[in-house]
Ligand binder design. Structure first.
Ligand code: HSE
Length: 428
């Protein structure tokens, strides 16, 4: 029996998905059970990466999600609306859904999975995090027995590309971003990528799966890479670190979680330090498995479509073997509770901080005193040199409570000798 697919969107990922579905030779035979029945587009006149019969194309996306002949809806239009409404409508009409839409799932996952469970359908989202990297599936299945301790990822290719280029070529953030935009590697509006929002959506989804509860996206602490400078990257390198935008979820189900996105000094010997360019990687640590790392292309037509079609085939395989499509307990989401997320002030971490100060006796002593007053212990404090008339001082702290560290910085900011604090970056 062939399963009929209603494909919403024929952009980069939609085109890649259609290409795989139209070219089953040499792939798993189950692929031949999937057929593209309708394709929904916003604009029929736009040139498309793949040729499809004109009579299956339509601009009426709602007609696809309500069509009784469609078995599975693949939502690849992105954005919040109409994607959310179309997904909900597809579910209400008994369709299974495959989506790559991290923004919708991280905000409306609660509503969507509740509706899917009530309707007895699947909503699959392997392509929403890490593009072609299989990480959702492993968290749901192969790693399911583990007590997950942390999920730490480089989950945004654009920012990893920018940071890699800044590090290798010594070019400032703004110039690398402008070049990446010209080459089409970065979006015209880069906000979601460079301000960490895309990574926050992804870590919210990963954390929910890893720690078995729902999450409120607004509780995810999020800081992007706009303030990272070539100088900090170079100082970090001298100290034995690379700077990466990390998405981190750690803690335990019983206790509260830390879920956050921010630039981070990663020790050069850490497995995530060597992930460069547009590549993504996700390091999962659990008991008893220890560390497992997933690495690959986090975006692009082929890799992302690979994840989309794998989800389609998983649904097809289940539909072939089950008479009643009762959601498989490992492939559906039955979490009802929300995971408590600790405020960032409670985080225990090390910090890298760079000061510009007047070069006069006692300044370093004052800095040390303010840190000491707030119970922040220092690992090293080095006057690197001068920036104009000002002394440049780099401090690495020992692990400390973030709230105490922030209080120390407040106190330091009031010191006459301190000109500015250009960089504060957490250390993994
Ligand atoms: N904009 C994302 C990135 C890809 O740069 O990694 C889509 O998730």
């Amino acid at each position: 029996m062939a399963y009929k697919i209603g494909l919403l969107g024929l952009g980069t990922v939609g085109g890649g998905t259609a290409e795989i579905l139209l070219d089953p030779k040499g792939r798993h035979p189950l692929l031949q059970e999937l057929s593209i029945y309708r394709v929904g587009l916003r604009d029929l006149s736009k040139p498309r990466p793949v040729k499809l019969p004109a009579d299956i194309l339509t601009t009426d996306l709602e007609a696809i999600v309500t069509d009784s002949a469609v078995d599975i809806v693949v939502e690849l239009i992105g954005g919040l609306e109409p994607a959310r409404s179309l997904i909900l409508k597809a579910i209400a009409h008994g369709k299974h859904v495959v989506t790559a839409n991290k923004a919708v799932i991280s905000r409306y996952g609660d509503e969507i999975y509740t509706a899917a469970n009530n309707a007895g359908v699947y909503v699959m989202l392997e392509a929403a995090v890490g593009g072609g990297i299989p990480v959702i599936g492993p968290l749901k299945q192969a790693l399911v027995v583990n007590r997950i301790q942390s999920v730490i990822g480089i989950v945004n290719g654009t920012t990893n590309y920018i940071l890699t280029k800044m590090q290798r070529e010594g070019i400032d953030f703004a110039d690398v971003l402008a070049e990446a935009q010209q080459l089409g590697y970065a979006e015209a509006d880069p906000t979601a990528d460079v301000d960490g929002l895309d990574a926050a959506d992804k870590i919210a989804i990963l954390a929910s799966l890893a720690f078995g509860g729902r999450l409120k996206l607004e509780d995810v602490y999020c800081e992007g890479i706009r303030h990272v400078t070539v100088a900090d990257i170079a100082y970090a390198e001298k100290l034995g670190f690379e700077i990466k935008l990390l998405a981190i979820a750690q803690g335990s189900v019983e206790d509260s979680l830390q879920v956050r996105v921010h630039p981070t000094l990663v020790p050069q010997i850490h497995p995530l330090a060597s992930i460069s360019g547009v590549y993504n990687a996700i390091l999962v640590e659990g008991e008893p498995i220890g560390q497992v790392m997933f690495y690959g292309r986090g975006a692009g037509a082929g890799p992302t479509a690979s994840a989309v079609v794998a989800d389609l085939m998983n649904i097809a395989a289940i539909l072939q073997t089950e008479t009643e499509p009762i959601p498989h307990p490992l492939l559906s989401c039955h979490h009802q509770h929300y995971c408590p997320i600790a405020p960032i002030e409670e985080l225990q971490t090390r910090f890298y901080v760079r000061f510009l100060t007047n070069d006069k006796p006692g300044v370093i002593g004052h800095l040390g005193t303010s840190f000491g007053n707030n119970n922040v212990s220092l690992e090293s404090l080095v006057q690197i040199g001068f920036k104009g008339q000002l002394a440049e001082i780099v401090v690495l702290t020992h692990e400390t409570r973030e709230g105490n560290f922030r209080n120390a910085l407040k106190e330091i900011n009031t010191l006459d000798a301190v000109d500015s604090i250009p960089s504060v970056i957490r250390v993994l």
